[in-house]
Design a protein around this ligand. Structure first.
Ligand code: ADP
Length: 246
């Protein structure tokens, strides 16, 4: 099992954001985490990546318990999150941003920046990652100049450059037009299957979830309402009643 979440609870000032969530993501699969705003998806991502320590419950990555581990340690084990990672790097070039991601910079430590020639290995890995997401021709452009679709590809490159085994994507299609969403679904699907990366993603676009996911977990008010193959979830009366319009 790539990821196992067991009975996780998390409260904020008495508000129960996660009320005993369990989840299993099999190695090599694409797993969607769906549910309305406030369901607890982001909180669960933060528990998995170590940004939040759960009040109760456990998180395992490839059989090893990582509950409460600091984020950089979880990242070194092979868990990457792609979510607006490029923003702190807006004034840099696309290549610089990916090199820094390879070196483990988050944007808080940019003062340490040295010329890219000092990091030939990281540069080679960064160029390779840009090639994988189709941004090699934009390596010299400023991050701030990229249109949203390319920025999302850059986010993915910045996550992939660490060569993760598990990638977390938080609403990868948010803000994109319908045509761009289709392209992004194809892109994510082809790229990650080719790379053999296990994927856990949140997404509101039902069509995209059906197209991408092998399994779906439905969260509702901090609890798992349903779990199964996409077609099962779509036909689940409890799920339809809760938020697919009955
Ligand atoms: P989702 O990502 O599914 O929209 P979240 O995990 O962001 O849901 O939020 C779940 C609930 O927890 C929401 O009601 C939200 O207001 C609350 N919440 C999340 N983070 C915090 C926080 N740091 N402090 C207080 N409440 C929070």
């Amino acid at each position: 099992m790539a990821l196992k979440v067991e009975g996780v609870y998390k409260s904020f000032q008495g508000f129960l954001a996660l009320g005993g969530v369990s989840l299993e993501v099999r190695e090599g699969t694409f797993h969607a985490l769906v549910g309305p705003n406030g369901a607890g998806k982001t909180t669960l991502f933060n528990v998995i990546t170590g940004r939040l320590v759960p009040d109760r419950g456990r998180v395992y990555f490839r059989g090893r318990e990582i509950t409460g581990w600091p984020t950089p340690k979880v990242a070194r084990l092979g868990v990457a999150i792609a979510f607006q990672r490029a923003q702190p790097f807006a004034s840099m070039t696309v290549l610089e941003a990916v090199v820094l991601a390879r070196l483990g910079y988050t944007g808080n430590t940019l003062k340490l920046l040295k010329p890219l020639v000092r990091f030939p290995e990281a540069r080679a890995k960064a160029e390779e990652a840009l090639g994988k997401v189709g941004l090699e021709a934009h390596a010299g452009r400023r991050v701030a100049e990229l249109p949203l679709g390319d920025l999302k590809r850059l986010d993915v490159a910045m996550a992939l450059v660490a060569e993760p085994r598990l990638l977390l994507l938080d609403e990868p299609l948010a803000g994109l037009s319908r045509a761009e969403r289709r392209r992004m679904v194809d892109f994510i699907g082809e790229l990650l299957r080719r790379e053999g990366v296990t994927l856990l993603f949140t997404e509101h676009d039902t069509e995209a979830v059906l197209a991408l996911a092998d399994r779906v977990t439905v969260l509702h008010q901090g609890q798992v309402l349903a779990e199964g193959a996409p077609e099962e979830i779509r036909g689940d009366p409890a799920v339809r009643a809760a938020f697919l319009g009955g």
